[in-house]
Design a protein around this ligand. Structure first.
Ligand SMILES: [Zn+2]
Ligand SMILES: [Zn+2]
Length: 422
């Protein structure tokens, strides 16, 4: 055990790495956020799941997901059909987002795991291995196959009321692929990967380096590999991480203004997202426009309560909750409001985790529009509401990513130290 320093990425509290039992998670002593977890043979296990995931991904993309039959005619769709339909209908932004989140990002994630872990396991090297592992941190939040599956189930529920729908082989492949990719990530101890990828002889700072500092001790943590920079490097605005080569900032530059800009844009898009239809459905000659809210009430009318609740939470509760909570967290961080900082950090963490689930409705529209193409008998066409809604989800995700949660603590602690009531 290296007894290296680990700074919490949510509140910047400094810890010394300690041995913990296998399968346990070490949490921050101040804010309770997870710091690291311990896994046995983590590289081998994760690599095995990565290979299984690759096979399942190929199967999921090679066969139909659903087969839809009505009035003697039938259509099938594959994983990429939604993206192609959006593109053909002139919705380039939706085509890009659905392609990124349901195909490109999951595939890149699986390939990056194999590309990096295979040489680490068998002791050889591939070119730019550290860069690939760095890019992975950017790609990870955009892999949303689990959300896609729920969108698929909602589409299935909507269709089964008036047509025959059969799940194809790809449906089952996606169902197994999701837990496999989750295990691929969960079984890996990233510290082990970076210990092996770090340049030979790299020195990890210890508490002695912090104690040796003359003035107020300061440290900066690499967001990619968690290496803690001390001394002069921690004071530089664009220091380079000696472990992974990323640029390290003491705090994310202009974090609050970027986070606010994304959040305000999301709030603006929230209005057309609810006013305009997300899709129009033609059924036996008559056409009806569906907004997000009317989609939920149609599910309730059909007696599909569990699915209606899932869509209501993902499409209405989560976006409003995110907009309100993030605005409150940013205001409190900007003003240095004291109070329950631990709870505020936890709420920010939960908000960051649940935001992606709002993509359910976008995936549902992509599946229905690709599958229901039987002319006057039954046709689903995407609407502008889906574009605006997708923009809300993406902008709130970008806002939460731009925000540096350590700001929740910085000014509040400074004010407490100065004894200023807030
Ligand atoms: Zn913390
Ligand atoms: Zn680094």
């Amino acid at each position: 055990m290296s007894h290296r320093l680990i700074a919490c990425d949510h509140c910047d509290y400094l810890h010394v790495e300690e041995e913990i039992p296998t399968g346990h998670v070490a949490r921050c002593a101040r804010c309770g956020s997870p710091l690291y977890q311990s896994q046995n043979n983590s590289i081998e296990r994760s690599l095995a799941f990565a290979f299984a995931a690759l096979v399942l991904f190929v199967l999921a993309n090679s066969f139909p997901i659903l087969q839809f039959s009505m009035e003697g005619r039938s259509e099938t769709n594959t994983l990429s059909s939604g993206m192609i339909t959006f593109w053909n209908e002139g919705f380039a932004f939706l085509a890009f987002m659905v392609g990124l989140t349901s195909i490109a990002a999951p595939l890149l994630l699986i390939l990056a795991y194999i590309y990096v872990l295979l040489p680490l396991r068998f002791g050889f090297s591939f070119p730019a291995i550290r860069k690939v592992w760095r890019v992975l941190a950017v790609v990870r939040p955009w892999s949303m196959l689990d959300v896609f599956l729920i969108g698929l189930l909602v589409a299935l529920t909507k269709l089964s009321d008036f047509a025959d729908v059969i799940a194809g082989p790809a449906f089952y492949a996606v169902c197994i692929l999701i837990p496999t990719t989750l295990l691929m990530s969960a079984q890996l101890d990233p510290r082990e990967v970076w210990r092996k990828l770090a340049p030979k002889g790299l020195k990890y700072p210890t508490t002695d380096d912090i104690a040796a500092e003359q003035d107020e001790p300061r440290w900066a943590t690499c967001e990619v590999c968690a290496y803690v920079l001390t001394g002069d490097a921690a004071h530089q605005p664009h220091a380079k991480c000696p472990c992974c080569g990323s640029v390290v900032h003491h705090r994310k530059p202009r974090s609050l203004s970027h986070a606010w800009a994304f959040l305000i844009s999301a709030a603006v898009f929230y209005i057309p997202a609810n006013v305009f239809p997300i899709m129009s459905v033609t059924m036996l000659g008559s056409t009806e426009a569906d907004t997000i809210l009317s989609g939920v009430s149609a599910l309730i009318d059909a007696g599909e309560w569990p699915i209606a609740m899932v869509v209501f939470c993902a499409s209405i509760v989560v976006p409003v909750f995110k907009l309100v909570v993030l605005a409150w967290v940013y205001t409190a961080a900007g003003m240095g409001v004291a109070g329950p900082l631990r709870q505020r950090t936890r709420i920010y963490r939960i908000t960051e985790l649940i935001g992606r689930w709002s993509m359910i409705d976008v995936f549902m529209v992509s599946i229905l529009a690709a599958l229901v193409k039987l002319g006057n008998i039954a046709t689903v066409v995407p609407g502008f509401g889906a574009v605006a809604f997708c923009a809300v989800v993406i902008l709130t995700m970008l806002s939460a990513m731009a925000f540096d949660p350590r700001l929740i603590w910085d000014r509040a602690i400074l004010k407490m130290q100065q004894g200023t009531p807030s």
